[in-house]
Design a protein around this ligand. Structure first.
Ligand code: NAD
Length: 498
């Protein structure tokens, strides 16, 4: 497959999508969206702010009765159509995502698009399968619990998997009967804008889906504070998550938070080392390490440290960095200059804390990389108390430490403020299950890493947030239980006769 030609792309949609129309921002302002491969301007996108959020929320509120009046099956059918349209346009959408985020085209094509379509299809199918309950209450009464949509939901997504997270948030919100306002990350709005176009094309009623690109401190904050928004589904950093919680207090809106992580990836002496090496590289280097569930702390049993590192460093050094449009590229640039600088600053921190830089540790040299936000895949040694073992770097940066005993490694695994995901490589089943129970995380992977599926709950504990995405768990998050009582033939107690 040759390098993909950007000229094949249709023009990017750059306007806000409000009430079924593509419109300019009320202020008329736009902002530049950059290609992290060379920092060229890809598009000038309308910059939504408070007034635009007000318009979008009003449109979503107006559409709510229309959307709720449709049967769950009809809602599901529209979501299926959206999934089909995304699949049809997979080539252009994958290229859009690659240009906007820097993800290698082989990943956007094979993973991001596939997972986005799979997620929308999953929630299309679940729409009419999220049942209520009948509760066995006192004789003579019927009590049933229906699940009703929360209402108008605000969805805020980060820049690391913009298309995929659009499906994770929109899928269950729509299937459950909510209308929505989604704010993409300011760095990467383009694929979500295309989804808005496809939603209009497949016939979503106007106002059900609204997309307002803009900055976090303005548009995002306005959405989180909005008195007519019933829930915020947020994915992003822990610091911003705290602001969202504070902003939600005005009308006590529901909040669901998917925040940062610092995954422990533990390799035992009895593990299949080759599988662990390969899986650990995927865990930390896929998507340039810009993943909340990245296995950023590799913790090795002391007896296999040398063998593992020998193979892992060989693999690390052989990863092919390059223009993300090239199908041979395995690692592209980070998504922004600011983020590249943040990741490189952690190399300095590691150095100051006495770490040895085993691989990478700098921006790659050469013409291909001269203007972009690249960082070499980096591996450093670390002690459990080091900052690089506690703080989320969110880049291709693995901190390697060692352990000898199970209690010790469990303590190490749990010694961060985060609790999103973690994994272990071992052939001892009992130990694997003991560890899985003991790890303070929302997700544990055994002899694999970073697996997820639209049916399996995704989310964390501690500073990684609360609530769960995916599956019936997400459907519960996007609905409220409503309890209905009916007196079928109950004898009422005496005071009713007074
Ligand atoms: P961020 O918190 O800076 O931004 C996330 C989104 O929030 C963006 O759309 C941004 O514009 C918006 N935002 C910023 N300030 C806001 C405010 N005051 N009110 C409302 N919205 C606001 O995060 P980021 O740097 O874009 O993303 C990286 C972070 O996201 C990492 O910490 C990563 O671990 C986390 N993340 C978590 C998950 C998960 O599922 N747990 C998944 C992906 C990323």
């Amino acid at each position: 497959m040759p390098m993909l030609d950007t000229a094949t792309l249709p023009a990017f949609q750059t306007k806000l999508f409000i009430g079924g129309q593509f419109v300019d921002a009320a202020s008329g302002k736009t902002f530049d969206v950059l290609n992290p491969h060379d920092n060229s301007v890809l598009a000038q996108v309308a910059e939504g702010d408070r007034e635009d959020i007000d318009r979008a929320v009003a449109a979503a509120r107006k559409a709510l009765p229309v959307w709720r009046a449709m049967s769950a099956t009809q809602r599901g059918e529209l979501i299926y159509k959206l999934a089909d349209a995304i699949e049809r346009d997979r080539d252009t959408l994958a290229l859009t995502e690659t240009l906007d985020t820097g993800h290698p085209i082989r990943d956007t094509h094979n993973l991001d698009i596939f997972r986005t379509v799979q997620t929308f299809r999953y929630f299309a199918g679940i729409a009419d399968k999220h049942e209520g309950r009948v509760i066995p209450v006192d004789t003579g009464f019927l009590n049933y619990v229906m699940r009703v949509p929360v209402g108008v939901v605000g969805l805020v997504v980060p820049w690391n998997f913009p298309l995929m997270f659009t499906s994770w948030k929109m899928g269950p919100a729509l299937a459950a009967g909510n209308t929505l306002v989604l704010k993409p990350a300011e760095l990467t709005p383009l694929s979500t804008m295309r989804v808005a176009e496809l939603a209009a094309e497949v016939g979503f009623p106007e106002g059900v889906i609204n997309v307002v690109p803009g900055f976090g401190a303005t548009a995002g904050q306005a959405l989180a504070e909005h008195m007519d928004v019933d829930k915020i589904g947020f994915t992003g950093s822990t610091a911003t998550g705290r602001k969202v919680v504070e902003a939600s207090a005005g009308n006590l809106k529901r909040v669901q938070l998917e925040l940062g992580g610092k995954g422990a990836n533990i390799v035992w002496d009895d593990a299949n080392i080759d599988a662990a090496v390969n899986g650990s590289a995927f865990a930390i280097f896929h998507n340039q390490g810009q993943a909340c569930i990245a296995g950023s702390r590799i913790i090795l049993h002391e007896t296999i440290r040398d063998e593992f590192l020998d193979k892992f460093l060989n693999l690390t050094r052989s990863i092919k960095l390059g223009d993300p449009r090239d199908p041979a590229t395995e690692m592209g640039p980070l998504t922004s200059r600011m983020h590249q600088e943040k990741v490189l600053s952690y190399v300095k921190i590691a150095h100051q804390e006495g770490s040895e830089i085993l691989a990478g540790g700098k921006a790659p040299e050469g013409e291909t990389f001269a203007k972009g936000c690249y960082v070499e895949p980096t591996v450093v040694t670390a002690q459990p108390q080091d900052r690089v073992c506690h703080e989320e770097v969110f880049g291709p940066f693995a901190a390697v430490s060692t352990f000898s005993r199970e209690e010790e490694v469990l303590e190490m695994a749990n010694a961060t403020p985060y609790g999103l995901g973690g994994g272990l490589w071992t052939n001892d089943l009992n130990r694997a299950h003991r560890m899985a129970r003991g790890m303070d995380t929302g997700m544990v992977w055994i002899n694999c890493y970073k697996r997820f599926h639209p049916g399996s709950p995704f989310g964390g504990v501690k500073d990684s947030g609360y609530g769960r995405e995916m599956g019936f768990f997400a459907m519960d998050e996007f609905t409220e239980p409503k309890s209905v009582w009916l007196n079928v033939d109950a004898q009422l107690p005496p005071f009713y006769r007074r």
